[in-house]
Structures are given as C-alpha cells and as structure tokens.
Design a protein. Structure first.
Length: 342
C-alpha cells in the first residue's frame, strides 16, 4: 500500500476514534452538565448516576485510543498539540480526573452536604471538558499560529478567541442535547420529563449556534470551504447533518426516544465529518502561513510504522467495538435508583 493511501487511512481512522469518543462520552458529559437541572432530590441524582455509571470510564477509552493513534501515526502533530496547548490540555485532564473522583466519592458518606458538594463538583468537571473540547475543535477549524519549525507560536488566551468560543458553545449544546436524549431512554418520571424539556431547549440552542458557527467559518476561516467547492460530492455531509438534526427533533416530538438518540449520535458524526472534510489534508492548519500547517503529508510517521499500526488497528478496533457493544447490551434498559451504589 502506498504511503499516501496509508496517510489518508490514518486520517480517517483517527477521525473515527474521536467521533466515537464524542458520541459515547458526549452523552455522559451532557448528563453531568444536566445533573443539577433534571435531578432535584438525592434519589433522582442517583438515577442519573446509575444511568451513566456502567459506561463513563469505558467511553474515555476512545479518547485515549485516539490520542495514542495520533502519537503513532502523526508524531509532530501530537508533539505540537500537547506541548503548545499544554495548559488547556492539563485543564481538561484535571477536570476529567476530578470528575472520576466525584463520581466515586459522592456515595462514601451519607451526609447531604457531602453529596451536594460532590454533585456540584461533578457538574463543573463535566461542563469544562464539554466546553473546552468544542473550543479545541474551533481552533482546529480556524487554524493556529505556527512557526516554520511547526511549533505553536501563541499562548492560552489566543485560543479563547470569539470563533472558538462560539464553536465551544455549540459543542456544549450538542453534548447537552445528546445527554438529555440519553437520559430519556434510561429514566422515567420527573427526571425524564425534565430531560425532555432540556433536549428540546438544547436542540434549539444547537441549531442557532451551529448556524452562527457556519457563518463564522465563512467569515473567519473561508479556506475550510475550499474542499467543498472543489468536490461537490462533499456537500452530501452537511446535507446528511441537516437531515439528522431534523429527524432528531421529529423523533423527540413523537416520543421515539431510541431513534432520537440514534439520530443525535449521527448528528455528532456528521459534525465531525464536516470538520474532517473541510480540514483535509490538514490535521492542524496554520493561521499565519498556510505552508506551516501540519498535514498528513508532512507530519506522518514512516510507511513501515503506518503499515504496522494499521495491522494492529485492524485487530484491536473490532475488539474495542465488540467490548463496547457487549457492555451496552448487558446494561440495556431503564435504570432504577437503589440505596446501593451511587
């Protein structure tokens, strides 16, 4: 297999891994953000924790696998992202660690203030990654300043530009909608009723923010539209995205929660697909000098490395998918709050 084909395959594979993370961890991040709003009593909060408890840690495997694949297939990109964006990455990592701690510690003491403190900690540590991952995506779309040596030439504050914050807000709305629909499929009673209202509100906010983000791309990063102009077939991706958004809302209105969750997942896949199609072949575009950008052609590992990693991926990815499917099958159905556990 040629080097160019391997580079393209790994671009797609990393996109698939990150999309898997966004879909799977997206719903439990969204549920965490919604915790104070859909669950008002301890029993209701335990219901939310039981809904995501069997899955949240396994969902994060997709993020770790995606980062590992990026390190193996495109080492310069990994080096630039994790060194240049060090503070931002550490903030996300710290939030994920605190989130795991709060998840486990809330049930250790049966004192209302103790549980309330950990519940709010869980909310904040879910909100930060949900927002900052969207901000990161906004910077990948917009491009960042890079030197001729392809090192990041900025600080933390330039990453918090208006466009990236707008994309971050859209990402947060997407996760909240996804999480609310998931809670609809796993709970009943007052929690499900509030989750339904949150899903409708989140969907509406997502539509508005997605339109504003699209306008922002046209004004602030028009080069991301070049691939769509060169390849009219690429417009199938945004067309499918719009269809998935509409179908999500229709199924919500009809009470078909399972189908709404499916189309919500496909909406996330469509959004990730649009970013991938618009950015190709760049993994990290340079905003100052386009030639400084990190692409699949100037930042990939050797042909032998990509080939060996592809063999490993062809063996490992089906195992991850099978394990994930098995876990979701075992814990299918609605949950009930009990005195044990969370």
């Amino acid at each position: 297999m040629s080097l160019t084909a391997l580079q393209t395959i790994w671009y797609v594979l990393i996109g698939v891994l990150l999309t898997g993370y966004a879909i799977l961890d997206g719903f439990d991040l969204g549920a965490g953000v919604l915790l104070p709003f859909v669950a008002r009593e301890d029993r209701e909060r335990r219901l939310v924790f039981h809904a995501i408890g069997p899955f949240w840690d396994g969902n994060e495997v997709w993020l770790l696998t995606g980062a590992g694949a990026l390190f193996a297939a495109f080492p310069p990109v990994y080096a630039t992202v994790f060194s240049g964006f060090y503070l931002a990455m550490m903030l996300v990592l710290f939030a994920l660690i605190v989130r795991a701690v709060s998840f486990e510690f809330r049930s250790k003491v049966e004192e209302p203030r103790w549980r309330r403190a950990w519940d709010w900690t869980f909310f904040v540590s879910s909100l930060l990654p949900a927002l900052l991952l969207g901000v990161a995506m906004g910077n990948v779309v917009r491009g960042v300043p890079l030197t001729a040596e392809r090192e990041y030439a900025g600080g933390l504050l330039p990453l918090l530009n208006p466009f990236s914050l707008l994309v971050g807000a859209a990402g947060l709305a997407m996760f909240v909608t996804h999480g609310a629909i998931y809670l609809l499929t796993k709970t009943d009673g007052p929690v499900a009723e509030r989750a339904r209202r949150a899903a409708v509100a989140g969907w509406t906010a997502l539509i508005v923010l997605a339109v504003l983000s699209a306008v922002g791309v046209a004004l602030d990063a028009p080069e991301r539209l070049a691939n769509f102009r060169r390849t009219p077939l690429a417009w199938v991706v945004p067309a499918l995205l719009v269809a998935f958004l509409v179908l999500t809302r229709l199924d919500l209105a009809r009470g078909k929660n399972g189908r709404a969750f499916l189309f919500s997942s496909l909406t996330i896949a469509g959004l990730m697909g649009m970013v991938g199609a618009g950015n190709f072949p760049y993994l990290l575009p340079a905003r100052n000098v386009p030639e400084y950008g990190l692409s699949i052609y100037n930042a990939s590992a050797s042909q032998n490395t990509l080939t060996a990693m592809l063999v490993i991926a062809l063996i490992g990815m089906p195992l991850v998918i099978a394990y994930t499917a098995y876990v979701y099958y075992v814990f299918r159905g609605q949950v009930r709050a009990t005195e044990e556990g969370y």
